[in-house]
Write a protein that binds this ligand. Structure first.
Ligand code: MG
Length: 261
């Protein structure tokens, strides 16, 4: 199914959904410190969404074989790439990096963004990884202009990551965002060659297209495994990972970042 193009009115609502997501991120970011649990961070995000008449989009989400996701945010620490489940038993430690993903429904539309934060003082290598992942997101956003295709956006991410010495997650992608959290197009972090097992559809970018770009960079090998909780994705070799994400809209000029405060 081709990507659903949004009207100016729809984009206004999506901008609000994105703003609420950004506010939740801001409050969570402020609370991140050694000793806090990931469940406490989840409660902060839940409150912000509720105060803005928004519903958490991950709560109860259960695609395929996954059990329903039990929280508002995903909180993924160090080797955990994405989909970490908040827990009262999981305490942040000095030197950790933590990826927080928040998505909400607001007036029928989704906003979706993720950021990875330092916990206290972190190593130089962890800092480099965070900077690189943010740069990959920026490169992919810059490539999100008319005249380009989804494959150009994917290649921009891969090129930036590769130049800085990192792998990207191959099996996990960004995605179209609108009335559904996951619409066409898929927005990968790299682009496959012909006859690959990856079946992403390439599309020419069009005004009104809205999608989440989400670079997931890995300091070691890109082999991933899902833990027994049915959600948490970790690197097999234990290497550090980082994840940044914005939802953007394609316009006649620069892309509009929907998930800013
Ligand atoms: Mg997300």
């Amino acid at each position: 199914m081709a990507p659903v193009l949004k009207t100016a009115e729809e984009l206004q609502i999506m901008r609000e959904a994105g703003r609420i997501v950004a506010l939740a991120h801001e409050e969570v970011r402020r609370a991140i410190k050694p000793g806090i649990t990931t469940k406490a961070l989840d409660e902060i995000a839940t409150t912000i969404l509720r105060d803005h008449q928004a519903e958490p989009a991950f709560l109860g989400y259960a695609p395929g074989q996954h059990p329903p996701f039990p929280a508002t945010i995903t909180a993924s620490i160090n080797r955990e790439l994405v989909h970490g489940i908040p827990s009262t038993a999981r305490f942040l430690q000095e030197g950790d990096i933590i990826g927080i993903d928040v998505a909400c429904f607001y007036q029928g539309y989704v906003g979706d963004a993720a950021f990875t934060h330092p916990v206290g003082e972190i190593s130089r290598s962890a800092k480099r990884l965070l900077t690189a992942t943010a740069a990959a997101l920026e490169a992919a956003i810059d490539a999100s202009v008319l005249g380009n295709r989804i494959s150009d956006v994917a290649k921009a991410t891969a090129k930036c990551a590769g130049r800085l010495g990192y792998s990207v997650a191959r099996e996990y992608t960004g995605h179209g965002v609108g009335r559904d959290m996951h619409e066409e197009p898929q927005v990968p972090n790299w682009w496959h060659s012909k006859n690959s097992r990856y079946q992403w559809q390439d599309y020419e970018l069009q005004e009104g297209m809205t999608y989440a770009i989400e670079p997931m960079l890995i300091a070691g090998r890109p082999d991933l495994v899902e833990l027994d909780d049915g959600w948490t994705v970790v690197t097999k070799d234990g290497s550090l990972t980082a994840h940044f994400e914005h939802t953007v809209a394609i316009t006649a000029g620069k892309p509009l970042i929907l998930t800013l405060p």
